[in-house]
Design a protein around this ligand. Sequence first.
Ligand code: C5P
Length: 321
Amino acid sequence: MVMMDDPFDLLRPMTVTVRVSAKVNLALGVGGLAPDGFHPLATVFEAICIYDEVAVTRRDDSRITLTVSGEDADQVPTDETNLAWRAVELVREEFASEWGKRGHGADIHIDKSIPVAGGMAGGSADAAGALMAAAALCRLPYSPEELQPLAAQLGSDVPFCLTGGVALGRGRGDRLAPVICRGRHRWVFATSNQGLSTPAVYRRFDELGGTPGGETVPNDLISALTRGDLDAVAASLSNDLQAAAIDLRPELEEVLTVGREVGALTALVSGSGPTCAFLVRDTAGAKKVSAAVSNLPQVHRTRTARGPAAGAQLLPGPVGS
Ligand code: C5P
């Protein structure tokens, strides 16, 4: 029951659900470690049609709870270390009066399809979804652009997870500019049994000597995307974190090689890994790659998906539901 001390309360929805997409980095140029503990990036993100759904429901007390369903749900933290939890807390702190005078808490539910700790921004996507849902719950402006500053406080990939499409990310990856992309891309993704920690991969990148000046904007890739030239896109895909991810998980090399051998246009590690991403020409190519790599013992699961996808989107639902 919603108490009646705020006359606008009854006009507010009780639950808002947001659909968020995974991402792959088409290019991930990484510079040297900066004094703030982050690496300057020039990355091109593409949102992919693999979706999580994040529902946020207001509570009458001040508690926050988090539950998870779907693929690998048992690997997702259900406490304040989950970025989605922190997103709701951030909205509550920043917009205390709009959120509700009684200090409403929230129940967060995440239905997962995006691989967990797989280099596909699953946690960041959930944070973007929770941010948009919490903002919508208290009737704040919730367009992706307006939520960008809060998103950047939560994590480097969260701003892109709000906007989706294809974008160049600079700074920590949070300063975004849209990239025109003609045509769509077909992908196969091969996930691993065990995730990789993003900070650990960046650390190994430093230990291996880094790529000084790596944060150069990939103009060839951007031009290929704008022309819709699939072969030129395939030839321009790159990931400076790949060597570090393979150094931590040598078995990934074989996954990439097998995908290439059966006809993937390009095979690369997705973001900080360990998911391997294969760009393919058509459905037949996707089937071949998927069948070949799914036989490998180090591959947990394969998924085919298209990109680019939209960013965070409110799902229709009755007010008060
Ligand atoms: O921003 P996010 O929480 O995703 O970053 C996780 C970790 O990854 C950071 O603490 C940092 O160690 C590393 N990172 C980095 N440079 C970036 C982005 C992330 O070193 N541009």
